[in-house]
Design a protein around this ligand. Structure first.
Ligand code: PMP
Length: 409
């Protein structure tokens, strides 16, 4: 039976929630793993959002929230930033995916290179998973070696998923291993892939990264920095530039196109020009994402990431001075909540009831900067109530999203 649009609308008016409907049409009930209701306080949190603007989101019932999940890190400029929307609308009449390479992909690649100067050449992909998977492919081709040493989460490519059981549907040996458990010969290792700042930005981590750079150079191993999250949210735009540690390959995604599907893999000519590596997709040069990327990068340049970094650090300092039961751990523009599972659940529940949307990953972007005082006073009030035991959990304890489990490993 064909259902017309207005019939869909009528169905919604019966009181059926979008989650009820999703259970009947969306595989596994949700698309992105960490957006599953179980990842938040199920029963209390909204499950489906209708729109976002700036630092705000509106759920299916029209309730408004101040957002600190930031589209899982895509909304560095806030939701629907005007300059980005204008760029998309202004250029969409000229085609979406053209029949040959487009002029725009060259212009956009040149602009990305100006933000990440050590890149000779790059390819665009549609998401972080593709950029990371392609990085491994280029590295294996370049070295002729098979092992991949990985730390943290790098998306849904088979090899990466093979590291976290049950990994159903994936062959047993993809030759991926945990970087921190590798005790075999480095002569078989093609590449090391990691997030340079996986929340920890302490001195020891930085020294460890420098040592790792040296080790990879000595052993002929390709070092890949997955900056899908960190890209554009640290001073200098990338951790590589911020610390002055150059990887061989870099992956960018998330914030670079404000949530339009775009990612980047970049590196030196010797690796990126290998004619034997095949990684080709129909929509790699899709124009709307490229337009969004160029407008996003221009806006980021105007807005000053250093300033965001400093204010984010000050926000976390004041947040962490409120109490010992809930802390933010991470770097100024991204963190995770630390505390007992119950305290965190109570905190999330009361925050969302007060109109603030926190999630397992905390992001701090340009749109959040004007809300520090409001957020901190609301948080302070909530934590006091939790401390005196006057808050009861009305929903379910959140379960770590799969990606978080990989990070926690
Ligand atoms: N690398 C990192 C560090 C990520 O955080 C993510 C996504 N959260 C990915 C890669 C995969 O990106 P995507 O979900 O866009 O495929």
């Amino acid at each position: 039976m064909i259902m017309r649009a207005n019939e869909c609308f009528t169905l919604n008016k019966t009181g059926t929630t979008y989650q009820n409907r999703a259970e009947n049409c969306i595989s596994q009930g949700a698309l992105t793993n960490s957006k599953r209701p179980e990842s938040l306080v199920k029963g209390i949190y909204p499950t489906h959002l209708k729109r976002g603007k700036g630092a705000y989101l509106w759920d299916e019932k029209g309730v408004k929230y101040l957002d600190y999940i930031c589209g899982l890190g895509t909304a560095l400029l806030g939701h629907s930033p005007e300059a980005v929307i204008a760029a998309i609308l202004g250029g969409m009449g000229d085609g979406i995916s053209l029949s040959l390479s487009s002029t725009l992909e060259v212009e956009c690649a040149e602009m990305v290179k100006s933000f990440v100067p050590f890149i000779d050449k790059l390819k665009f992909f549609k998401n972080g998973s593709d950029a990371c998977t392609a990085a491994v492919r280029f590295a294996r081709a370049h070295t002729g070696r098979k092992y991949v040493l990985s730390e943290g989460y790098h998306g849904s490519g088979d090899g990466f998923v093979s590291m976290t059981k049950p990994a159903s549907g994936i062959m047993d040996d993809c030759y991926y291993s945990d970087l921190n458990k590798w005790d075999q010969d480095w002569g078989d290792v093609a590449c090391v892939i990691l997030e340079p700042f996986n929340l920890d930005i302490g001195k020891d981590r930085i020294q460890w990264l420098m040592d790792l750079r040296e080790k990879c150079t000595k052993e002929g191993v390709v070092l890949i920095f997955d900056e899908v999250i960190t890209g554009m949210r640290v001073p200098g735009y990338t951790v590589s530039r911020y610390l002055g540690i150059e990887p061989d390959l870099i992956c960018l995604g998330k914030a670079i196109a404000s949530g339009m599907p775009l990612s980047v893999l970049g590196g030196p000519r010797e690796i990126m020009d290998d004619p034997q590596v095949f990684y080709s997709q129909t929509a790699q040069g899709e124009r709307l994402s490229l337009l969004a990327c160029m407008a996003t990068l221009q806006e980021i340049k105007k807005k000053d990431v250093n300033n965001l970094w400093e204010q984010g650090a000050y926000f976390q300092e004041r947040f962490n001075a409120i109490s010992d039961i809930i802390k933010l751990e991470g770097y100024p523009t991204r963190a995770r909540f630390a505390g007992s599972d119950l305290d965190k659940a109570l905190f999330f529940q009361e925050s969302v009831r007060a109109g603030i949307l926190f999630g397992p990953s905390f992001f701090y972007g340009f749109a959040q900067m004007e809300f520090d005082i409001l957020t901190l006073s609301t948080v302070s009030d909530i934590i006091r109530r939790i401390e005196v035991g006057s808050v009861k959990l009305g929903g379910e304890l959140p379960q770590s999203p799969f990606s978080q489990k990989v990070r926690d490993k």
